[in-house]
Design a protein around this ligand. Structure first.
Ligand code: NZQ
Ligand code: ZN
Length: 381
């Protein structure tokens, strides 16, 4: 284990009907003007928007609507939200959605109280926000675990870059699995694959032995696979959605990462693929992971063997990677670039740009060269 300090900023209200409990405990602590932030409209058709509005009105809040936060949220949308917060003197931000809405709001929160551009502050000066407009998160689609950390993943369209920006962690998060029942099956599985990826990327990053985080990570991964399989037989299995919702939080709330090096190389490649193609995050990961792992499987044979046995009940490192790929196919998730929904045609030239601009992780089983990343991407074409 490396040195660490650990504390937790987010109170979690988990389970059916937990929004009412959260709001009665939390809304009295925040100011009158609340920005109600959401995505492209799913919350309007499934009734969650009306429920949030009624709860906020009952608590005597003035509501400022902020809609249209897109999947893979853009930096322009962050700036639009921050301007609205300042203009309307917003006291509290309620993010209602998935990783995209929550991430966008985390960065809006920090940007709204800064006198400088948050991107320049973080990427050029290496400084990070210490305060922001208080916020809460209501999760309507799970997978990213974004509700329990301060990091946002934002696409800067002008810079052709998708990457992390630190914002403000939600003070509280509502995780009601029933809210996810309206999520389309492909999005449910893509989100759950993201959770599996977080488990794998955390697990494969460190080489120390007998670490409790590895044991927990393997359990989270296995549980994610078990519950995804349950959903393949019954998409409305609320218990499975509930299990996946907590797997999602567990995989990315930081607990598995304390005192460890993580890998997250597949994520870095996927984020830049997202910057060029606007592809779905979980689906991009599904395409990249097997090819990436075939390149590094020989660099961490013991860890891959343990993963193979614990998550997929097979015996060898290579069989573990094959089982992962078979599982992706079983879920109907994409395995090739051509199956991704993209704003541009994914050509070798696009993939070269992705390889030339993505972050390279120095830990993990092995550091990759840009040419090897390109090779991995070409194997997915
Ligand atoms: O926009 P609406 O209409 O709400 O539709 C959304 C969106 O199209 C829909 N949806 C959400 N809740 C729904 C629903 N549809 C029906 N019923 C509901 N209850 O789902 C679609 C996808 O939403 P999105 O928020 O984009 O998905 P996800 O939660 O997978 O978030 C992806 C974003 O999170 C980032 C990704 O890079 C990506 O930008 N990540 C954030 C992380 C973090 N902050 O810790 C870690 C992750 O690795 C990831 O990078
Ligand atoms: Zn992810």
């Amino acid at each position: 284990m490396n040195k660490f300090t650990f504390s937790y900023p987010t109170r979690v209200y988990f389970g059916e009907g937990s929004a009412a409990q959260a709001f009665s405990a939390e809304l009295g602590k925040v100011g009158k003007t609340v920005m109600l932030a959401y995505g492209g409209g799913s919350v309007k058709s499934n009734g969650i928007y009306d429920e949030m509005k009624a709860q906020l009105e009952q608590a005597g809040k003035t509501i400022i609507d902020f809609s249209g936060i897109m999947p893979n949220p853009t930096y322009a949308k962050v700036q639009e939200g921050a301007a609205l917060v300042r203009e309307q003197h917003v006291d509290f931000i309620l993010a209602v959605g998935g990783g995209s809405v929550i991430d966008c709001c985390k960065v809006i929160s920090a940007q709204a109280v800064l006198n400088e551009d948050i991107w320049d502050m973080e990427y050029q000066k290496g400084q990070f926000p210490t305060s922001g407009i208080p916020m809460g998160a209501v999760v309507t689609v799970s997978g990213t675990g974004a509700e329990m950390n301060a990091g946002g993943v934002i696409t800067h369209e002008e810079k052709k870059w998708k990457g992390g920006i630190f914002g403000v962690a939600p003070a509280f998060a509502v995780l009601d699995p029933a809210y996810t029942l309206s999520v389309p099956p492909m999005q449910v599985l893509s989100g759950a694959f993201d959770t599996l990826s977080h488990g794998m990327e955390t697990y494969f990053g460190s080489s120390d032995q007998d670490n409790v985080s590895d044991d927990v990570a393997l359990a989270v991964m296995r549980n994610t696979v078990v519950n995804m399989r349950r959903l393949l037989t019954d998409m409305n299995d609320l218990q499975a959605r509930s299990n996946l919702m907590w797997d999602s939080a567990m995989a990315e709330n930081g607990i598995l990462k304390v005192g460890r090096l993580t890998d997250f190389q597949a994520h870095q490649i996927e984020h830049q693929l997202g910057a060029y193609t606007d592809c779905n995050h979980g689906q991009g990961l599904a395409v990249i992971h097997p090819a990436y792992y075939r390149h590094i499987v020989k660099d961490a044979p013991d860890k891959f063997t343990r993963f193979a046995k614990a998550v997929f009940d097979v015996d060898t490192p290579e069989a573990g990677v094959d089982a992962l790929e078979d599982f992706i196919k079983e879920c109907g998730l994409p395995t090739k670039m051509s199956e991704l929904k993209s704003t541009v045609e994914i050509t070798p030239q696009v993939l070269r740009q992705v390889a030339d601009t993505c972050n390279i992780i120095k830990s993990g089983p092995r550091e990759l060269s840009r040419d090897e990343i390109y090779e991995i991407l070409m194997e997915c074409l």
